[in-house]
Design a protein around this ligand. Structure first.
Ligand code: AMP
Length: 122
């Protein structure tokens, strides 16, 4: 399946500076900012600056430099937020089954309280 990227999604608008965000980290290829509706005391979203819909799209189509930058950005946010001691969870929702709301790849970094089991029944 060829992914179609919608340039009007809300994270594309954040990347263009059209709407504000609470930036945690910006790198050459990635941006990390606080989720507007946090589900845990720490809830940061990490996104690539490139036009990728979801994780597999990115993993298949992004350059090595983008992929390294994105993963390093996740590591750097975990470090800056002090998550090593208490632990954390990474989530990246994709498509309908994943209940993805914003069609621009993002990894949720969640921490700061016990997060429960990985999945609950829908
Ligand atoms: P998902 O369901 O994985 O697509 O998650 C999308 C996330 O984006 C949700 O957790 C929203 O709270 C978050 N979100 C939506 N709009 C904004 C925004 N303007 N700034 C920060 N986070 C946002």
């Amino acid at each position: 399946m060829a992914y179609q990227y919608d340039p009007e999604n809300i994270f594309a608008k954040i990347l263009r500076g059209e709407i504000p965000n609470q930036t945690v980290l910006e790198t050459e290829h990635s941006l990390a900012f606080r989720d507007i509706h946090p589900q845990a005391p720490v809830h940061v979203l990490v996104i690539p600056k490139g036009a990728y819909v979801c994780y597999d799209h990115f993993a298949q189509a992004a350059s090595d430099a983008e992929i390294v930058d994105f993963n390093r950005a996740i590591g750097e946010v975990c470090k800056r937020e002090g998550l090593e001691a208490g632990g954390f969870r990474l989530i990246s929702n994709a498509g309908e089954a994943g209940v993805q709301e914003v069609p621009h790849l993002h990894v949720h970094i969640l921490a700061g309280r016990p997060l429960g089991r990985m999945l609950q029944k829908a």
